[in-house]
Design a protein around this ligand. Structure first.
Ligand code: TXA
Ligand code: MG
Length: 342
C-alpha cells in the first residue's frame, strides 16, 4: 500500500471520506497529537485500528466529533457539570468519559460501560469530522508504545505502507495528548493529565480528583492505557531529577566509556549550559511549560534518530501543565514495563 501525505483540501477530504466509509483508516491532525481515525460505528474499521497500531485489545479508544455533532447520539447520560466543562474548554484538548453502552461499535470501549468523547479544536480535524459527520475513533497515530506523533512525517515514519492517507495539518502545537476526565461520578476525575489542568477543571466545577492507581502486573486499570510503558524512543533511556545534574553528567561519561556512539541529553533551556562541554547532542525542551509540552515528542523522536542513549533531566517546574509533561517523560523512560506483553 502506498501512503500518501496530503494537505487538507476539498479533494483530500473527499478521498478521506471514501476511505472512512469503506472501513479504512486515515491519519488526521489534531491540536494535541496526530490520530489514526476510523468510523466509530464500524466494527471492521475499529478492529483495523487496533491491528495496524499493535494496540492491546483492552485499551479503549476516544471518539472524536465536530463541534455541532449531537453528543446524545453516542452517550447515555450527560451530567450537569460536564456541560460546564464543555462550555469552558471545548473544542480543545479535553476528553470526557461519559456513561454509554452500545451506541458505537462494541470494540471501541473494550467492555467498559463508558465512552470517551473529544471535540478537537484543530481546524483541519474539524473540517474532516464535518466532512464525514460520524464519530471517528482515533488513538494517537504511533505504533503502540512508541512516541506519539506531532507531525505528518512522524506518522509516516511509523505507518508507511500500512495506511493509505495522512492528512497533513502542520505541527501539533499542544504537543501532548488531551486530558482524559471521567464525568460518570459526583465530581470529575482526571484519568490522564494534559493541557487542561486539574486547577482549570476545579475552577469550573469546584472540585476535581485525580485517579492515581498503584497498579501491579495483572490489576485492572480504570483507564487501561495509563498502565503501560509508553511514548518511548527506540534507544536506551535514563531519567534524572532536576537536582541530579551531577548524576546525569556521570551517566553521560559512563555511557561514552561503555562504547555509546552518540548520547543525547534532554533538559530544559536553563540547564543546557551545564552540559555544553560534555560529548552530547543537546536537545533543549525550551523554557515555558507550553513550549516544553509542544517540543517533548519531537525531541524524543529526534533522540532515537541521532543517538543510541538518551539521558534526560526532569524540568524543575512540575505542576500545572507540567504534570502532563512529566507523566509522559517518566513513561517514556520507564525501564520496566508493568503492562501486559503484546
Ligand atoms: O489528544 C488525544 O487524546 C489524542 C488525539 C489523537 O485526539 N488521542 C489519544 O488517544 O491520545 P489514545 O488512544 O492514544 O489514548 C486514549 C486514552 C488511553 O489512555 C485510554 O485508556 C483512555 O484514553 N480511554 C479511552 N476510552 C476510555 C474510557 N471509556 N474510559 C477510560 N479511559 C479511556
Ligand atoms: Mg496514545
Amino acid at each position: 500500500m502506498i501512503t500518501h501525505i496530503k494537505q487538507i483540501t476539498t479533494e483530500s477530504l473527499e478521498e478521506a471520506k471514501k476511505i472512512i466509509f469503506s472501513s479504512g483508516v486515515v491519519a488526521i491532525p489534531t491540536e494535541t497529537v496526530y490520530g489514526l481515525g476510523g468510523n466509530a460505528f464500524d466494527d471492521v474499521a475499529v478492529k483495523k485500528i487496533f491491528e495496524v497500531k499493535g494496540r492491546p485489545n483492552d485499551n479503549p479508544l476516544i471518539a472524536h466529533i465536530h463541534s455541532d455533532y449531537d453528543l446524545m447520539k453516542i452517550i447515555d447520560y450527560d451530567p450537569p457539570y460536564a456541560k460546564k466543562l464543555r462550555d469552558a474548554f471545548l473544542p480543545g484538548p479535553l476528553t470526557l468519559v461519559y456513561p454509554a453502552t452500545n451506541k458505537v461499535s462494541s470494540f471501541v470501549s473494550c467492555g467498559l460501560n463508558t465512552l470517551a468523547v473529544r471535540v478537537p479544536s484543530h481546524a483541519g480535524a474539524q473540517a474532516f469530522l464535518r466532512a464525514v459527520d460520524v464519530p471517528i475513533v482515533a488513538p494517537s497515530a504511533n505504533i503502540s508504545k512508541h512516541v506519539s506523533p506531532t507531525s505528518a512525517k512522524h506518522v509516516f515514519d511509523d505507518f508507511n505502507g500500512k495506511i493509505p492517507l495522512i492528512l497533513d495539518g502542520g505541527n501539533s502545537i499542544g504537543g501532548i495528548e488531551s486530558t482524559v476526565c471521567d464525568v460518570t461520578g459526583e465530581v470529575p476525575v482526571i484519568l490522564r493529565p494534559g493541557l487542561i489542568t486539574k486547577e482549570m477543571i476545579e475552577s469550573v466545577c469546584g472540585a476535581c480528583e485525580v485517579y492515581a492507581p498503584t497498579l501491579k502486573k495483572g490489576d485492572k486499570a480504570k483507564s487501561p492505557g495509563m498502565m503501560y510503558k509508553h511514548y518511548s524512543p527506540r534507544c536506551k533511556t535514563y531519567l534524572f531529577g532536576s537536582n541530579e545534574i551531577d548524576l546525569a553528567k556521570e551517566k553521560v561519561l559512563e555511557q561514552k566509556k561503555n562504547g555509546a556512539d552518540k548520547v543525547a541529553l534532554l533538559c530544559e533551556e536553563n540547564v543546557v549550559k551545564e552540559f555544553e562541554t560534555l560529548p552530547v547532542v543537546l536537545l533543549s525542551l525550551g523554557k515555558s511549560e507550553a513550549e516544553m509540552a509542544s517540543n517533548l515528542y519531537g525531541l524524543l523522536r529526534k533522540a532515537e534518530e541521532v543517538a543510541d542513549v538518551l539521558v534526560a533531566v526532569e524540568p524543575k517546574k512540575q505542576d500545572g501543565v507540567m504534570v502532563g509533561v512529566m507523566n509522559r517523560l517518566k513513561k517514556a523512560c520507564l525501564s520496566v514495563d508493568i503492562g501486559k506483553d503484546e
